[in-house]
Write a protein that binds this ligand. Structure first.
Ligand SMILES: [Zn+2]
Length: 401
């Protein structure tokens, strides 16, 4: 077992990261023993991980962070860093390691104020003497100001600081930043690789694992959720029933409302689980435990937390809608495959009857138009169009023709 086990179907990327982690370990070991540093090294200070959604770019960065922080005694015996068990690996993977800071967008953008503390930390030495790691998920959401803050830090990194940036594609990151990064591109893992991982790591039955992997088309997290969470399966089934329901305007509007409500419900559930607890923890940390009143001057900190929670709620809702839109896209892609007699495997074999009905009852041109309507809805949501408006426009377009 190692930290690379969670990277499904990414052998090339794992090999590069493993080599870098070994050289990084040699550097740390030599420095600690006051020995001369190795002349060449496959380790660099800034990395850019790209790849399609679900391929595991954040996971790749996190596994690498764990390997860099690995303190397993086996390393001295020639073992590779990244055991997955030691305190360094474990806390880095969990996200609680003191020298691994994660920045993730909670709204549409990563604001410069969300980056400020992290950038400051990037100029300091790591507490444990290994590496100071800054992991930026959603680097494509850095806005102009926060990207500039990152650029300055990446241009002049402290000796032991490592930047790990994740984004969908290389074009999503400022040229000035990406030119300073070593770029690794992850590919969509094969359906077989994902199914195999579900069986091996999550103990899912082979048949259910294969169905979940096929339905999610190489999206590792969604495949796992679908295979292990009955509520996710029910949600998907409801989405796949939708295309046949869209016969008149009233039905389209109702379907749109249901999709948006289901996503809002997801966001509400997450908020109920986390918001109150976070506020209590912050209050306790601010010393409000005595007397229940917040100390003077801390209202701003509480306001920041509330802002972050509000943005997270919006984002959860959008992500949840995006899952539904992804299911719709693969559904219509299946319809098109049937209409064109293509030999690609059907993703939604469990909805075969609906697929057949739609394939017979419509033309390939109208299916293509429907796929475009779903894509247009996704783009509208990315531009922060009100969800109900965007989804209504889509369901209406799915009906016509
Ligand atoms: Zn370890």
């Amino acid at each position: 077992m190692s930290v690379w086990d969670d990277l499904v179907g990414q052998e090339k990327v794992s090999a590069v990261l493993d080599a870098a982690a070994r050289d990084a370990d040699a550097l740390v070991t030599a420095a600690a023993a006051d020995e001369p540093l190795p002349e060449t090294s496959r380790m660099t200070h800034a990395w850019l991980f790209t790849g399609p959604p679900g391929a595991g770019r954040n996971q790749a960065a996190r596994s690498f962070a764990a390997a860099l922080q690995c303190v397993s005694p086996d390393r001295a015996l020639g073992g590779a860093p990244g055991c997955g068990f030691c305190d360094g690996c474990h806390t880095a993977l969990l996200g609680t390691h003191a020298d691994v800071s994660t920045v993730a967008a909670v709204g549409a953008e990563i604001l410069v104020r969300d980056m400020r503390d992290t950038v400051r930390k990037s100029f300091t030495a790591p507490a444990n003497g290994r590496w100071q790691i800054i992991l930026v998920e959603d680097a494509e959401r850095l806005n102009e100001k926060s990207a500039n803050a990152v650029l300055k830090a990446v241009e002049e990194p402290a000796p032991r600081t490592v930047w790990l940036l994740c984004a969908p594609s290389i074009e999503d990151v400022l040229p000035t930043i990406r030119s300073r990064c070593r770029h690794l591109n992850l590919r969509t893992p094969s359906v077989d690789a994902v199914a195999d991982m579900l069986v091996r790591r999550d103990g899912v039955e082979p048949q259910a694992a294969a169905a979940a992997a096929r339905a999610t088309q190489g999206h590792v997290d969604r495949a796992r959720r679908l295979a292990t969470d009955p509520a996710a399966r029910e949600r998907r089934a409801a989405v796949l029933r939708l295309p046949l329901r869209l016969d008149e305007v009233g039905a389209c509007l109702k379907a749109a409302q249901e999709l948006v409500d289901a996503a809002a419900e997801d966001a509400k559930q997450l908020a109920e689980e986390m918001d109150g607890k976070e506020a209590e923890e912050l209050k306790a940390a601010l010393g409000a435990a005595q007397g229940g009143r917040l100390p003077r001057g801390t209202a701003g900190v509480m306001k920041d937390l509330e802002d972050m929670q509000k943005r997270r709620r919006t984002r959860t809702q959008r992500d949840s809608l995006d899952v539904a839109l992804g299911d719709l896209t693969t559904f219509y892609r299946d319809v098109l495959a049937l209409q064109l007699g293509s030999r690609v495997a059907i993703a939604n074999a469990d909805a075969q009857e609906a697929l057949d009905r739609l394939a017979r009852g419509s033309s390939p041109e109208s299916t293509l138009r429907r796929i475009e309507a779903v894509a247009a809805c996704r783009e509208a949501l990315d531009r922060n169009v009100a969800p109900l408006l965007a989804v209504e426009a889509m369901t209406m377009a799915l009906r016509a023709g």
